[in-house]
Design a protein around this ligand. Structure first.
Ligand code: ADP
Ligand code: MG
Length: 843
């Protein structure tokens, strides 16, 4: 940022996005939010009046200290800063005067209000309460402008606006797009006696008893327990609050005070049968009246929105504020052209916004939701496709021949026939390589589907054409594995290949660097040491990245910069569901190897409880006696690496000393040096150890065809896709293999989840189930999820809408990728895409 005019919009956006993400001090490409703000305020723009100088210095200091602030102080600082900037901006006269436009708005809003007062297709329905205060207020009101500050609206005022700012809500627009998190449906109100399992209902009843305590099983879980009573009976309900934040005594007390005995509450949720009779499953709760009040039955008989609240902000306050700004919705211009809306049967934006807040009935809520979900998907796809389009505009000089001697020779030395799927994917790749546009293709294929051969053919195409290639793997173990395999093939082809990892000796490293520079070395295999600086290729034409989701975007970009726009092939053995693939890889071309080489046996998979452990040990003994080998895998205990280590070390000791003293048991875990790891793997590979006890380091890499048993302890702690990956370590030879999933968890959910693996060996199906059970973020693992935060959209529930949105976005990009002809859409894309991509703006 220069000393010139500040970029108000960008600053405001950064603040808005930080607020939307819950004041987490977002990490951008280059800076954290706090750094960005501190830097910005650190340079006083000369165009501003000198009187502001002190304030800028203060703000710079305050944002430098932002990471040390608690939530409330962060909220406060962000809200204050937004207000201050807004004021400066207005003083600068950037805001046009209102005059004429305002009159028009008043006129329009009257028409609309009249329309719904007479019942003509009302966007929301207050007719149950014709005399309600709210209705009277709404009809008197002028529609506020979309960008107006909430504190400017008389119905909200400065004090409430302050509170709303703590939710990140600052302008009318913010509030209109602050969708409810759920609804209480008073249309489904029933008496306690009439409750039946499986229905979603609302009850309105008096609090007879209220208690809040820490779960005896989990210190970080608070349980709120209420006994509710109406004329027909009583019911006990519970609500759970997980997280350290909710486990303090003080917090529990404050929660209890919200539901005093004698108050009237509405509870809405799914009726569930439990050990103690019927109850509501973690219901939405809302106090309608405190003891002694007369009930203000404003809400009864409608679908009432529930908003995410924060301390000091009560439900009705947000609702009233939304009602105050809703008239502005009717002035929202819909960025989607009407033709597109018609084609995909989408509600108009202004109606969707009105109905998402105060739906007429559940049908209009569904229609409104569908439209807004469509938008969330649509703009993301639009952004991704635009990015893809831009990438395609880049030229590469590396045009690679799809056939030639090397490729032919390789086909000759291959001891097997390629599967149909392999052939198809290779064709996709060779096709890409002949074009002057850098390839950006992702190959998905289950463990053992034969991705390596596919990669080698692409590499040979590059070498054939006089270019170099690089193959990058996420761990040393895996890099080594690739290297071994490649050496054996490359020897037959009389081609050199080298390995470069963190543990490569300096002299060797120098030699490799030199050979790369001259071009003598056509292929380099390695870990991310490959992208460290002094590595310079003579002419890099192709980069292959294995297990790509383990590499950050930035690392990938750095490798790409090593050549002049080399082709990039990424490979992953973690098949992901289609919806997730479109969301995170929507800008890549994707090929799937959806067929395993012939002759693979099914891996017999069994879920075992703790009592069945002896079965497991019997099987292991039997297999080892027949010359086979065994993996025993322990889960990572996330909180403590030390604990991990201990569990692996302890288990190793137990197996070696008490259970299998007559066999050799090896140990492999993440805390070992790479020399020790190598040693453990080599011993296992050479069958010097028959059992390998390991944490999940083996997930990628170890290839020992003689291993036939995979025993996984505490299997319920793993995701299904991860279990499937682990299972893929056996069944690599001709012999029947086994996967034993040990789990003492009695939770029906855990049992059901594990059963999926007993039934299926299809990675795509398994990942789909994994996503259903645990959510999209988890499927990719916790380390790097990259799944955007959708507000309404669900990758599990909304597949149909996603596919339509993708199709619509493709069509739009095809007609005009610049979006020049759809100005509003272009603006909206900018706004949304930056939001979805979180800190992208902080650069
Ligand atoms: P992954 O997709 O898990 O990386 P690999 O490329 O390591 O799989 O292949 C697994 C094993 O299958 C290797 O031993 C490989 O040589 C073998 N293989 C690959 N393709 C075929 C094929 N078409 N027919 C038979 N075996 C194959
Ligand atoms: Mg592989």
């Amino acid at each position: 940022m220069t000393n010139e005019k500040p970029d108000w919009i960008r600053l405001q956006k950064a603040l808005a996005i930080e607020a939307e993400h819950g004041f987490t001090d977002l990490l951008g490409k280059q800076y954290r939010f706090s750094e960005f703000l501190s830097l910005t305020f650190g340079k006083f723009p000369i165009v501003l009046a000198a009187t502001e100088r002190r304030r800028w210095h203060e703000l710079a200091a305050q944002f430098a200290n932002y990471p040390n602030l608690g939530l409330e102080d962060r909220q406060h600082l962000v809200a204050e800063t937004r207000r201050y900037l807004y004021q400066l901006q207005q003083e600068e006269g950037e805001q046009g005067s209102r005059g004429v436009e305002e009159q028009e708005i008043v006129y329009k809003s009257k028409i609309r209000l009249e329309k719904f007062a007479t019942g003509g297709n009302p966007p929301y329905n207050f007719s149950q309460n014709p005399k309600s205060k709210i209705i009277a207020e709404v009809s008197r009101r002028l529609a506020p402008k979309i960008d107006q500050k909430l504190s400017d609206l008389p119905e909200i005022g400065i004090r409430k606006a302050d509170n709303l700012a703590r939710l990140g809500l600052y302008t009318v627009r913010d509030l209109l797009f602050y969708y409810p998190r759920d609804y209480i449906d008073y249309a489904r109100q029933v008496n306690i006696r009439e409750l039946q399992g499986g229905e979603t209902v609302t009850i309105v009843a008096t609090v007879k008893r209220c208690n809040c305590f820490t779960s005896p099983k989990n210190k970080k879980l608070s349980i709120l327990e209420l006994i509710l009573k109406d004329n027909t009976g009583q019911i006990k309900i519970g609500r759970f609050y997980a997280g350290a934040r909710f486990s303090s005594r003080a917090w529990q007390e404050s929660l209890k005070r919200r539901y005093p005995v004698g108050s009237i509450v509405a509870a809405c949720g799914l009726v569930k049968e439990s050990k103690y009779g019927l109850t509501l499953d973690n219901p939405e709760l809302e106090v309608l009246a405190n003891p002694g009040d007369t009930i203000e039955s404003l809400n009864i008989g409608r679908i009432v929105p529930i908003y995410t609240l924060t301390e000091g902000i009560v439900a009705n306050m947000v609702r009233q504020a939304v009602i105050a700004v809703l008239p502005a919705a009717s002035h929202l211009k819909d960025p989607l052209p009407s033709g597109l809306r018609q084609k995909y049967d989408l509600m108009e934006l202004k109606d969707a916004i009105a109905n998402i807040h105060f739906p007429n009935d559940s049908a209009s809520l569904q229609v409104a939701r569908r439209r807004l979900v469509f938008d969330e998907f649509f703009y993301l796809q639009l952004g991704l496709l635009q990015r893809q389009q831009q990438a395609r505009a880049i030229q590469t000089s590396a045009i690679l021949a799809p056939k030639g001697q090397l490729l032919e020779k390789f086909h000759e030395i291959l001891p097997f026939q390629l599967t149909g799927a392999q052939q198809r994917v290779i064709n996709d790749i060779l096709n890409d390589l002949q074009k002057p546009v850098p390839m950006n293709r992702l190959v998905q294929g289950d463990v053992g589907s034969g991705k390596t051969v596919v990669a080698v053919l692409a590499i040979l195409a590059a070498i054939q054409s006089g270019y170099q290639a690089a193959l990058m793997a996420p761990t040393e173990v895996l890099a080594e594995q690739h290297y071994r395999k490649l050496v054996s093939w490359f020897n037959l082809l009389h081609l050199p290949v080298e390995l470069l990892t963190g543990s490569t000796k300096t002299s060797k490293r120098r030699q490799i660097h030199a050979q790369l520079g001259t071009g003598e070395l056509p292929l380099l295999v390695g870990t991310h040491a490959l992208i460290q600086d002094p590595v310079n290729f003579h002419q890099l034409g192709l980069v292959v990245i294995d297990e790509q989701h383990r590499f950050g975007v930035e690392q990938r970009a750095r490798l790409q910069q090593k050549g002049e726009q080399p082709h990039v092939l990424t490979m992953t053995a973690t098949p992901i569901p289609r919806t997730l693939a479109l969301t995170i890889h929507g800008d890549l071309d994707v090929s799937q190897i959806d067929e395993l080489p012939p002759g693979r046996q099914k891996i017999q998979t069994t879920v075992l409880s703790g009592q069945e452990r002896t079965h497991a040990y019997d099987l292991i003994r039997r297999e080892i006696v027949q010359g086979r080998q065994v993996y025993v895998i322990l889960p990572l205990v996330e909180e403590s690496e030390k604990l991990d280590l201990r569990s692996a070390v302890d288990e190793h000791q137990k197996l070696q000393e008490s259970i299998f003293p007559d066999f050799q048991v090896g140990l492999l875990h993440g805390r070992m040096s790479s020399v020790e790891k190598d040693d453990a793997i080599t011993k296992f590979r050479d069958n010097q150890t028959q059992i390998l006890v390991s944490t999940t380091v083996v997930e990628v890499g170890v290839d020992v065809p003689n291993a036939t048993v995979m025993l996984i302890e505490n299997a319920e702690r793993f995701g299904l896709s991860q279990l499937h990956q682990l299972r893929g370590r056996v069944g690599r030879g001709a012999a029947q293999s086994y996967c034993l999933l040990m789990s003492s968890s009695r939770s029906p959910d855990a049992q059901q989840r594990l059963k999926v693996l007993e039934q299926s060996q299809d990675g795509f199906f398994i990942s789909e189930m994994d996503m259903r059970f645990r959510g999209p973020g988890q499927v990719l693992g916790t380390r790097q999820s990259g799944v955007p935060d959708f507000t309404l959209a669900s990758l599990v529930e909304d597949e149909e809408v996603l596919l339509l949105a993708r199709q619509a976005a493709e069509k739009v990009i095809e007609i005009d990728a610049t979006l020049e002809r759809w100005y509003l859409m272009k603006e909206e894309l900018k706004y949304r895409y930056e939001r979805l991509m979180g800190g992208a703006i902080l650069t």
